[in-house]
Design a protein around this ligand. Structure first.
Ligand code: CP
Length: 332
């Protein structure tokens, strides 16, 4: 059988669409079968995932742990401060050794306090030096597991064919300055689904221009549309999906004081009940979480009927079960 899955998942952009379709189909099957009480613990029995977190996490950490448990395997969550890497061992040696003991490695390295791109380099080093699959649990450039769960969520609400559906990925003011990984992965993934993608942000909060060019190419190939606006209301107007969240201005990063100063004039960039009325009657509010309640979004929106945030969080489990199964079991 032709091997359609690459060894690693660093960004969805490096996977063919048919392989991504299989992930989403299997994730949805896992979701519905779990509702029926069907177990999946015969899929990865006695398999081990090493999960390395250089940054905090709630959803990613626990959903990967639950995923491996439900598949019959186990997760060892490794804190870098407890590894020899913290006193000088190189990633090549860590990755090589873990590859001899385990069946997959997942890594989060999404610091905003380092030069943009350094996090992605760490992920790519793990992938190069590991003989087992490496899954990106968010670097400073991409968050592939999140956007696959987001795609599953949008599909649950709007069906298989997302052509002509408008999604607006918008900047929002927040106390904690977040990486650009989620908005960048969103514009890349949603543009491949033929959606009408709007990116809304204040001037100065542009995403990586290389990613924007890739999204434009994706849009042409999938026959969708892509626009960038500097007005949150314009972005929300007639949207089927709005995804407002904070990210730091790449022009200032990693200078956090400068980044904080740059976002001060834009406190009004918030998902409000009033703004949600601009969306379609069946429009939904999405956020990957964690969220700064009261700053990025009003409680009445995130806790209201248009909110899909808990479905998004749940779908992380199903998508990662699918990824782990396919990557570990389908290695030729
Ligand atoms: N969405 C997400 O990645 O959440 P965590 O940072 O809690 O893992």
């Amino acid at each position: 059988m032709k091997q359609i899955f690459p060894k690693d998942l660093i960004t969805t952009q490096e996977w063919d669409k048919p392989a991504l379709d299989v992930v989403i189909q299997l994730a949805e099957r896992f979701r519905t079968e779990r509702l029926a009480g069907i177990l999946h613990n015969n899929l990865l029995p006695a398999r081990t995932l090493y999960s390395i977190f250089y940054n905090p996490s709630t959803r990613t950490r626990t959903s990967f742990m639950s995923a491996m448990t439900q598949l019959g395997g186990e997760t060892h969550t490794l804190n870098p401060s407890g590894l020899q890497e913290s006193i000088g061992e190189v990633i090549k040696d860590t990755a090589g050794v873990l590859s001899r003991y385990g069946d997959a490695i997942s890594v989060r390295y999404c610091f905003t306090k380092e030069a943009y791109g350094d996090g992605n380099k760490v992920l790519r080093t793990y992938a190069k030096e590991s003989s087992v699959p490496v899954i990106n649990m968010e670097c400073d450039t991409y968050h592939p597991c999140q956007v696959l769960a987001d795609w599953q969520t949008i599909k649950q609400r709007f069906g298989e064919n997302l052509k002509g559906k408008k999604i607006t990925i918008s900047w929002a003011y927040g106390k904690y300055i977040r990486p650009v990984a989620v908005p960048q992965s969103l514009v890349l993934m949603m543009s491949r689904l033929g959606m009408d993608v709007t990116l809304a942000h204040p001037e100065g909060f542009d995403l990586d221009q290389k990613i924007i060019r890739q999204a434009e190419t994706n849009t042409t190939l999938a026959d969708g549309s892509f626009e960038i606006v500097n007005d949150m209301d314009e972005g929300f107007k007639d949207a089927h999906v709005v995804y407002p969240k904070n990210w730091g201005p790449l022009a200032a990063m990693p200078d956090m004081a400068k980044a904080a100063e740059m976002q001060e004039p834009f406190k009004h960039w918030k998902a409000t009940v009033k703004r949600m009325k601009l969306t379609r009657p069946n429009g939904i509010y999405m956020h990957c979480l964690p969220v700064d309640r009261g700053l990025e979004v009003e409680d009445k929106v995130i806790d209201g009927p248009q909110s899909a945030v808990m479905d998004q969080a749940e779908n992380r489990l199903h998508v990662q079960k699918a990824l782990l199964t396919l990557l570990i079991n389908n290695r030729g």
